[in-house]
Design a binder for this molecule. Structure first.
Ligand code: DC
Length: 231
């Protein structure tokens, strides 16, 4: 069957990655979490002392950017892709609240976006890919055969992230997480470069009231619709 590109965009913490991962596994596609790439650059900046409050040392980061290596490798045991930064697995480190609180500032930098978009386009060259993020259907793959835009209320998204962090034994109050979700929405939607917006040809999914299984079924049906009609 002809391979396509599936772009899944939407707000933070609305379950995009769970849906995207499940779909990729089901149809034998590669899953790429583009947010993990922005998180990896953010983690690099934190580790290298490039932040002063919310200000990042752009000159130093621009100098370092061409040498920052981000890749995904499949964990042999879990069969899940993990994020590597300069050859080191940082999957856990990039999911902390410390990184979440800074990542929007990194994602707003034009030179960072240019470098990561190039890398993402390279990863999708052979198609057969499900990529989730904010600008996948608009900037990275404007010709993607299937584009989905996912939304859910901020309160529900904060609750999901809170449960996720709790399950991992990490700290963070619900209020703090809700504030972070709302702040990231604001920054993601208002940044000058590639703001979060729905592609005109995207199918919208509000999953506030849906279970993970219901979303999976919905997404599979969308995939079937597109490949079935031979686009
Ligand atoms: O999906 P996430 O929460 O892991 O994304 C982390 C941050 O990266 C989020 O604030 C938005 C940004 N991002 C982006 O600007 N463009 C993407 N394609 C993916 C994520």
């Amino acid at each position: 069957m002809k391979k396509i590109i599936i772009a899944i965009d939407g707000y933070s913490s609305c379950g995009k990655s769970t849906m995207a991962k499940d779909l990729a596994k089901e149809i034998g596609y590669i899953y790429i979490d583009s947010g993990a790439m922005y998180r990896a650059v953010t983690f690099y900046c934190l580790e290298h002392g490039l932040f002063d409050g919310n200000e990042v040392n752009e000159v130093e980061l621009a100098k370092a950017m061409p040498d920052i290596r981000i890749e995904f490798r499949l964990n042999a045991e879990t069969k899940r892709p993990e994020t590597y930064l300069d050859g080191r697995c940082v999957e856990k480190e990039i999911r902390t609240l410390a990184v979440s609180q800074k990542v929007s500032f990194i994602a707003a930098l034009g030179f960072v976006r240019e470098a990561l978009v190039r890398l993402q386009q390279e990863m999708g060259k052979e198609k057969g890919i499900v990529m989730d993020g904010r600008d996948i259907g608009t900037t990275v793959f404007p010709d993607a055969e299937l584009k989905v835009f996912v939304t859910a209320s901020a309160a529900i998204r904060a609750k999901r992230r809170y449960d996720e962090l709790q399950a991992k034994g990490e700290k963070g109050s619900y209020e703090e997480i809700l504030a972070n979700v709302e702040e990231r929405d604001r920054i993601d939607m208002n940044r000058a470069v590639s703001p979060l917006r729905q592609a005109e040809d995207a199918v919208v999914l509000d999953n506030s009231e849906m279970t993970v299984d219901e979303q999976k079924t919905w997404l599979l049906a969308q995939y079937g619709r597109v490949v079935g009609r031979g686009e």
